[in-house]
Design a protein around this ligand. Structure first.
Ligand code: SF4
Ligand code: SF4
Length: 167
């Protein structure tokens, strides 16, 4: 347990101030902070805008290189499955409904993804990207972490069939 106590004094801005020592207990840590410096920081903070943002009420756009939710472009996909082979987290599946007519469903497991971008770099057809606008993926249940991409006319029968085989 850390414990605060005054310990000694130090010269600060031309005067002597008592030191506040934080003893880190078992961690063996000791930090000396002049009380005068602390008080002036507290007073100054009353007249300054907070350094932090009141998220989620105030938001700032994420930088373009930010790695959020995986987005897949069905139109460009050839079904080569290189992305699946390269994914170290088994976070993507490609369900082939009909290869000849390019009917694929992609299943993305957001809870397994490490956002390493390996799949994006390896897709020769540039069908994958990690979105910098969709990144707030936290949820209270497991369902939103499994995302299906593709045509609704392919996803719905696939999910019905998968549900029947599980029952
Ligand atoms: S690597 Fe690209 S083209 Fe190949 S299956 Fe994945 S997304 Fe489709
Ligand atoms: S970003 Fe990495 S972990 Fe996530 S799906 Fe792509 S390869 Fe897998």
């Amino acid at each position: 347990m850390a414990d605060w106590s005054t310990a000694g004094s130090c010269q600060y801005a031309g005067g002597y101030f008592p030191l506040l020592a934080l003893k880190g207990g078992n961690m063996g840590m000791k930090i000396d902070i002049p009380i005068g410096m602390m008080v002036s920081d507290v007073v100054r903070s009353f007249f300054h805008k907070p350094a932090t943002r009141r998220y989620p009420f105030e938001r700032k756009e994420a930088p373009e290189a930010f790695r959020g939710k995986l987005i897949w472009n069905l139109e460009k996909c050839t079904g080569c499955q290189l992305c699946i082979k390269e994914c170290p987290a088994n976070a993507i599946e490609l369900i082939i409904i009909d290869r000849a007519s390019k009917r694929f469903v992609m299943c993305f497991h957001a809870d397994r993804c490490t956002y390493c971008s390996q799949c994006v770099f390896n897709c020769k057809f540039k069908c994958l990207e990690l979105s910098h606008t969709e990144w707030e993926l936290a949820a209270l249940s497991k369902e939103p972490f499994t995302v299906y991409y593709g045509l609704a006319s392919d996803i719905e029968p696939y999910l019905e069939q998968a549900g029947e085989s599980e029952a």
